[in-house]
Every structure is written in structure tokens, then in C-alpha cells.
Design a protein around this ligand. Structure first.
Ligand code: ADP
Ligand code: MG
Length: 280
């Protein structure tokens, strides 16, 4: 397996888009697995009460399993809930359980409610025996306190965009929310990476949307595009990323390429301090 450059600090991404079904979880899991396959140490944090990332990574997340809920609400150290994924020895997951559904409400009355994940993650990174290269946070499709915790804990935002008609409309709403977070809670946050997902190059619409996104966000959009591919949608039911499920499939190869770009861009010195001024 090709080795990729590893960053000299932990790159923390939140994978966000307030739309559901755009490929957030699929992207979190497969970029995480692709980076881990190259030998990087990767932590996926499942912040979605649906627990789809935990399922796709094959880690236990039934209601008795210690989870991100315990970290956010009961001050458990993150290290106490992290599990190793069965897929790659350097891939780890902090699972979500059904309890997380209540955390959105329970957080409202907590002290430092927006900073709880950040505090836990900083401690985890500091205490880790071997350094982590990447943390990827999978967000629910809403802009509630769970997603805000992810925005505050992260340095980089990875936005998956599905190449369809309303893609750009939802995007401006997401960017305004990110600007609010930058202003009030996390000035260091930047949209470093945009990934076009579920791309069907046979349709004019997909080509047009992809071009519009590239025109607006030239520096952030990855060259690699994720095609709509059956193998990608099958993999989670086997508790696997597509990277292990079918490593030579088009879906796996495209996620491997996207992950390589993410790693190489940092090495080229661009993505650590991305342009935070979004053209309107
Ligand atoms: P989100 O987390 O944004 O809600 P998901 O990653 O769960 O979105 O994807 C939504 C659905 O689309 C899932 O059933 C997933 O398996 C499927 N899917 C995601 N990406 C692809 C793809 N590139 N090709 C085919 N199906 C995909
Ligand atoms: Mg999801």
C-alpha cells in the first residue's frame, strides 16, 4: 500500500452538511479507512445518534456500550469509549449509541455545552501513547448542539456535496453557520476540503453542479470525485468500509484517491491554513 505523508499534528476534521443523505457518513468512514490503510492513525468520532458510522466500521454500539454520549454528558474520558475497528489496526472509533439522541436536549443545561467534545478530544490527543494523525467527526444532519460541538472541536471542515439540483442552495446556509461559529466559538475553523459525492457523470446536471462548485470554491474542491457506486452502498451492511470490502472497485479507488489528496495537500502546505474567505 502506498504510504502517504503524515501530518506533524493531529488534523481534526468535521464532516458536515446539514442535508441528510449526501454522503457524510460514507465519506467519514471511507476516508478514515483509506488513511488508516496507508498506516496513519485515525480516530472516527460518531456524533450521529443513528450510529451509521459505528455500524459501517463494525464496532459495537448497542445501548450498553460506553459511547460519545458518556463523554459529552458524564465526562467520561474519550479514551474509555474508543474501540479499535476490526478492519485496520490503526483505525479507531468512538461509537454513538441511541442515548446520543437525548444529548441534544441534555446538553442545553450543561456547563460549557459547546466545548465538551473539544475538551475531551484535546485530552485524548495529549494522552495518546502514539500520536493520532487524523480525527474525523461524523455529524448528524442538523445544526444542533452535537454539530456545534463538532465545529468547535475541529480545525477543518470537510463538506461532501451531492451533485444535484439544490446542492448549492444548502451550501450557503451551511457556510453562514460556519461563519457564525468562526466569529463566536472557533476562529481557527476553516473549510479546507470539499468532496463531490454520488457523482453520475452521464447526467448534464451532475456535470453542471460540479462545475458550479468548482467555480465557487476552486481551492477547496478535491480533484477526485466519488461516483455513485453500488459497492459503496453495500459495504456498510457487512460492517466494512468499501476499502476492505472491495478494494479494487471504482468506489474504493476513488476514496483512496481522495484520501491521498487530503494527505498530500497538507504536505504541500496548503490545507493547514486554507483560505477562509468564501466567495459569495
Ligand atoms: P449522510 O451521512 O449524509 O446522511 P450517507 O453517507 O449515509 O449520507 O449516504 C446516504 C445513502 O447513500 C446511504 O445509503 C449510502 O450507502 C448511500 N451512498 C453514499 N455514497 C454513495 C455512493 N457514492 N454511491 C452509492 N451510494 C452511496
Ligand atoms: Mg450520516
Amino acid at each position: 500500500h502506498a504510504t502517504l505523508p503524515t501530518p506533524d499534528h493531529t488534523r481534526v476534521f468535521t464532516v458536515s452538511n446539514q442535508k441528510g443523505g449526501v454522503g457524510k457518513t460514507t465519506t467519514t468512514v471511507n476516508i478514515g479507512a483509506a488513511l488508516a490503510r496507508s498506516g496513519a492513525r485515525v480516530l472516527v468520532i460518531d456524533l450521529d445518534p443513528q450510529g451509521n458510522a459505528s455500524t459501517a466500521l463494525g464496532v459495537e454500539h448497542h445501548s450498553d456500550v460506553p459511547s460519545v454520549y458518556d463523554v459529552l454528558i458524564d465526562d467520561f474520558p474519550l479514551a474509555d469509549v474508543v474501540q479499535q475497528s476490526p478492519e485496520f489496526p490503526t483505525l479507531f472509533c468512538a461509537p454513538s449509541t441511541i442515548h446520543l439522541a437525548g444529548a441534544e436536549i441534555e446538553l442545553v443545561s450543561q456547563v460549557a455545552r459547546e466545548h465538551r467534545l473539544r475538551t475531551a478530544l484535546e485530552q485524548f490527543i495529549q494522552d495518546a501513547e502514539e500520536p493520532f494523525h487524523y480525527v474525523l467527526i461524523d455529524c448528524p444532519p442538523s445544526l444542533g448542539l452535537l454539530t456545534i460541538n463538532a465545529f468547535v472541536a475541529a480545525k477543518e471542515v470537510l463538506i461532501p456535496i451531492q451533485c444535484e439540483y439544490y446542492a448549492l442552495e444548502g451550501l450557503s446556509q451551511l457556510l453562514s453557520s460556519i461563519q457564525l461559529i468562526q466569529r463566536h466559538l472557533n476562529p481557527g475553523l476553516a473549510v479546507s476540503t470539499i468532496l463531490l459525492t454520488m457523482y453520475d457523470g452521464r447526467t448534464n446536471l451532475a456535470q453542471q453542479v460540479a462545475q458550479d462548485v468548482r467555480d465557487h470554491f476552486s481551492g477547496q474542491v478535491l480533484e477526485s470525485v466519488i461516483p455513485r457506486a453500488v459497492r459503496i452502498s453495500e459495504a456498510p451492511s457487512f460492517g466494512q468500509s468499501v476499502i476492505s470490502y472491495d478494494p479494487t472497485s471504482l468506489g474504493a479507488v476513488s476514496y483512496l484517491e481522495a484520501a491521498a489528496e487530503i494527505a498530500n495537500r497538507w504536505a504541500a502546505g496548503s490545507s493547514d491554513t486554507p483560505d477562509t474567505n468564501h466567495p459569495e
